[in-house]
Design a protein around this ligand. Structure first.
Ligand code: PLP
Ligand code: ZN
Length: 412
């Protein structure tokens, strides 16, 4: 494709052509690829004026810098252009001048993953691939599942046995072929790779298919547009495999290269203490991931090996990034605090970024005059069981006024 110059390996830096479907031949699956555009060509079309006049209210509005020929395979869903809220209540709580919440739970299947699927599914159509598959902790699965359903595409989904019921229900209602793997996410991921090799299905995994991350970068484009091209000082994100933070960083970098913004944010990677391979490795300043069995309530970011670890490390290194770890208790607390200050209800991984932001703010690591944006990456309704751990269930009472008066006295 003319607007794409080449693909670049995130691990060894090798320059490759689009003939390579998935990963770097030298590095294997660890060598995930970045799509590099011909910016002079993109610049001819993608200007502030182009954006101002663009009436397409979804991720496909950025077509000049998406890896698609056209929009013939675009999913007929409202993807992206999610709201960003400036929260006075959080600004007061955190003592930071500008705090922005981007609510990705407002996507069609209620998570950030829909941005990637939007590109993946259109790409599959372009390449005439009629069967798609994915391995997922849950949200990539339900996303692929919903998109495939609305476009009538056959799909196979590999999920770990620990998948929350809400996400599993989505898959089954959308009608995917679900392979519930006896093992964790890492096992499901590797098993899916084997199946792809055997059957030749198109792989929707962001950490394998380089086109997928291109969808995630649209969140950065939107933040720029929604904040009138005033880029926040820090952008805080929950990190599992690393695709999301890498994608969003790539988005900011590309807008910067196009001259649409005049500065870049510091990327903040927030991980759960019991599943922090990206942060651990970044802090040690090494480029090798050691496996530790993940343990966290935040299932969407529960990974032993980060499958897009090098892209995430690059994003942190290039943006002078910050790595923060949070405990499960801090995640559950963040769920309550966020909901009670903004009306946004996130799943555990969805509020992990906010848990990290609260921690940084409490440590005084963020200046009073700074502007900070964080992404709520998935809706709380996907995993009600975890949410119930953050709150206390009320006792049952008789529908009697005296009982109510007494009850309210006792539960002030
Ligand atoms: C997938 C996911 C993440 C993390 O994204 P990675 O690309 O794996 O780092 C965070 N939050 C939610 C809700 C997710 O589904
Ligand atoms: Zn390589």
């Amino acid at each position: 494709m003319k607007k794409i110059k080449h693909l670049k390996c995130s691990k060894c830096g090798a320059i490759l052509t689009e003939e390579v479907m998935y990963h770097c031949p030298h590095c294997g699956t660890e060598g995930t690829l970045d799509i590099i555009y011909d910016m002079d060509l993109v610049n001819k079309e993608l200007t502030r004026e182009y954006l101002r006049n663009n009436k397409n209210p979804n991720v496909y509005r950025y077509l000049p810098i998406l890896p698609l020929e056209g929009l013939s395979g675009a999913a007929p869903l409202q993807i992206g252009m999610t709201p960003i809220y400036k929260s006075a209540r959080l600004e007061e709580l955190l003592n930071i001048k500008n705090v922005y919440v981007k609510d990705e739970g407002r996507n069609p299947t209620a998570s950030f993953k829909d941005r990637a699927t939007a590109i993946g599914i259109a790409k599959a159509k372009e390449l005439n691939k009629d069967i798609i598959c994915a391995a997922s902790t849950g949200n990539a699965a339900s996303s692929l599942s919903g998109f495939a359903a609305c476009m009538g595409i056959e799909n196979y989904i590999f999920v770990p046995q620990s998948i929350p019921e809400g996400k599993l229900a989505q898959l089954l209602v959308f009608g995917s072929k679900v392979i519930l793997v006896d093992g964790d996410y890492d096992t499901a991921f590797d098993f899916c790779l084997k199946a792809v090799e055997h059957y030749g299905w198109y792989n929707r995994s962001c950490a394998i298919n380089p086109y997928l991350v291109e969808g995630k970068k649209t969140a950065a484009f939107e933040i720029c547009e929604q904040l009138d091209f005033k880029v926040p000082d820090k952008v805080v994100m929950s990190v599992g495999d690393g695709c999301s933070i890498a994608g969003v960083w790539k988005g900011f970098r590309e807008f910067y290269e196009l001259g649409l913004i005049d500065k870049l944010p510091v990327m903040v990677s927030v991980q759960a203490e019991g599943s922090n391979p990206v942060n651990r490795t970044y802090r040690k300043n090494i480029r090798e991931f050691d496996y530790v069995t993940p343990e966290t309530i935040a299932d969407s970011i529960s990974v032993g090996i980060p499958r897009n670890g090098y892209k995430a490390l690059n994003a942190l290194a290039e943006s002078n990034g910050i790595a923060v770890d949070v405990s499960d208790d801090e995640i559950l607390n963040a769920m309550r605090v966020l909901a009670r200050h903004t009306g946004v209800f996130g799943e555990p991984a969805g509020v992990t970024a906010f848990a990290g932001l609260m921690k940084l703010a409490n440590e005084g690591a963020i200046g009073k005059d700074e502007s900070v944006a964080f992404i709520v990456s998935g809706s709380g309704l996907k995993d009600v069981k975890s949410a119930q751990k953050a709150v206390k269930r009320p006792e049952k009472i008789k529908p009697d006024m005296d009982v109510l008066v007494k009850y309210l006295e006792e539960n002030k």
